[in-house]
Design a protein around this ligand. Structure first.
Ligand code: ADE
Length: 249
């Protein structure tokens, strides 16, 4: 199905366009791509090379290992993209600001980003500044390039687009939307290797179930993510006013 000017679009600049759509072409994101709920454009940075060897990189100024992506080649690849509609310009990089669910929600609400995938030792700093690229990291580990990081970012955005997820509330209730990890889930069979489903979940008492889930989510978050727990804004239960955060003055 074709997309129009209003369709959320990810434009990826990469030296390996054949990596796309990759996992974005299957399951939820893939179905939404096929039905035109979003659009993906993977462009080869090498198409912007000007010399006869189509070279995109060179040795680092000042010496050192590896190769650096040239500013002129990447700048012309960026300049060839339609950036109208204030599209965010991202550069996937382990030295970027960590990606968060709230940044994902902002990106999903906009027209869709241009995403530059780094390779080699890095990218000439001048193009990062001249094209005001926002460096984004998906975690404190180093991938061999930005492509898999770009896919993670795109996947996180696409599932929030209208019409992509079956039940809209499953997006709002999940991990991170209120700075809590998700509570544990269970389904049939009722007994698994001697372990029953927690009785409360079979009680039919929705208020008690909600309270149990909240307590489980809080206990998990405290144990596994003390950083999230310390920074969280206390969320009111539905229909109630927001209580004061105990860490406020
Ligand atoms: N490229 C290489 N490692 C990365 C990371 N952790 N996040 C984003 N882009 C990357």
């Amino acid at each position: 199905m074709t997309s129009d000017a209003k369709t959320w679009r990810a434009t990826v600049l990469t030296l390996f366009p054949e990596m796309f759509p990759g996992p974005l072409g299957v399951s939820l994101a893939g179905k939404a791509l096929a039905t035109g709920l979003w659009a993906l454009e993977a462009r080869d940075i090498r198409d912007s090379a000007t010399d006869r060897h189509r070279s995109v990189d060179d040795t680092p100024a000042g010496g050192g290992p590896g190769m650096v992506l040239r500013a002129d080649v990447l700048a012309s690849a960026i300049d060839a993209v339609d950036l109208s509609g204030e599209r965010p310009r991202l550069l996937m990089s382990p030295r970027g600001r960590p990606l968060t669910q709230s940044r994902v929600a902002e990106l999903a609400a906009g027209p869709g980003p241009l995403i530059v995938c780094g390779r080699f030792e890095g990218i000439d700093q001048r193009v990062i500044e001249a094209r005001r690229l926002e460096e984004v990291s998906i975690g404190d580990y180093v991938l061999s390039g930005g492509e898999i990081a770009a896919m993670a970012l795109i996947d996180a955005c696409v599932r929030l687009l209208p019409g992509v997820m079956g039940k809209p509330e499953s997006g709002a209730e999940e991990s991170f939307s209120d700075s809590l990890l998700e509570y544990p889930q269970y389904t049939r069979p009722q007994q698994f290797e001697g372990q029953p489903i927690p009785e409360i979940l079979l009680s039919g008492d929705h208020a008690k179930i909600a309270a149990w889930r909240r307590a489980e989510a809080e206990a998990l978050t405290r144990a596994r993510r003390p950083d999230l727990w310390a920074n969280r804004q206390i969320q009111p239960a539905r229909g109630q006013k927001r209580p004061k955060n105990p860490t406020d003055g």
